[in-house]
Structure formats: structure tokens, C-alpha cells
Write a new protein. Structure first.
Length: 139
């Protein structure tokens, strides 16, 4: 069975990084959205480079650039949004809306949006188990 191409948005966050690792471990072609807004956040840049070294493909697109976001989404079969909503909920909702609009325009993918599923997960093992389940679920 052909593996789904998985695009993870929010791949450097607490849950997102575990989803990326689980996707890679299960052999899925994994894309990680690399937003230029991260600037020079060394920890996030190092994590992204680590994902790349493990076989993930980094796809650069801003959630503010609709055309680039559609192009990124069009490369995937599945989009998993793991963006955190903790800091600025209203801003996060706007970004989620922009992602959904790009998904609609791309029109070629299955969508799984599990942001709320992981919002309050604090136990590492449980997060990894859920991420692993998610990646199996999208197939």
C-alpha cells in the first residue's frame, strides 16, 4: 500500500514534533511547513534541520501567503495541523482559517485536524502513542 504524503503544520511544537517523528518512523513521505515567521529561532531551525536529516522535506510557506500555502498543501495527501492556540487564540483561529482556505483551493487531499485532541496532553508517552495512532489513521 502506498504511504500518504503527510504535511504537518506546526511541526516544531510539542505535539507537532512528535507527529513528524511518528510519520517518518512509519515511512510516510513527510513534509513540514517551514514558516519564514520563525526568523532566527535557533531551536526551531535546528529541529527543522534535524527533521530534514531524518528524511522530511521542508516546505517553505507563510500562512499569510495564500498562493505559497496552496502550493505547499497541494504536495500532500493529508494535512495535520498541530499549531498551538495557547498564546493568541483569535490570531490562531485566523491562521487556521487561512489553512482551511488553502486546503479547499488545493482540493486534492484528505484532511485531519487534530489540534484540540492534543491541546491538553502533557504526558510524553501518551503524546507519542497518539501521534503514532494518528499517522496510522490517515492511511
Amino acid at each position: 500500500m502506498e504511504k500518504s504524503r503527510v504535511l504537518v503544520v506546526g511541526g516544531t511544537g510539542y505535539i507537532g514534533r512528535r507527529i513528524v517523528r511518528a510519520s517518518l518512523a512509519q515511512g510516510h513521505p513527510t513534509l513540514v511547513l517551514m514558516r519564514p515567521e520563525i526568523g532566527l529561532d535557533i531551536d526551531k531551525l535546528q529541529m527543522l534541520l534535524s527533521f530534514k536529516a531524518q528524511g522530511a522535506r521542508l516546505v517553505e510557506a507563510s500562512l499569510e501567503d495564500h498562493a505559497a500555502l496552496v502550493a505547499a498543501v497541494a504536495q500532500a495527501d493529508v494535512v495535520i495541523s498541530a499549531m498551538s492556540g495557547v498564546h493568541f487564540r483569535s490570531h490562531n483561529l485566523l491562521l487556521q482559517h487561512k489553512l482551511v482556505e488553502a486546503i479547499k483551493e488545493a482540493g486534492n487531499i484528505k484532511v485531519r485536524h487534530f489540534h484540540k485532541l492534543f491541546q491538553y496532553t502533557s504526558h510524553y508517552l501518551l503524546a507519542v502513542q497518539k501521534a503514532s495512532f494518528l499517522i496510522r489513521f490517515v492511511n
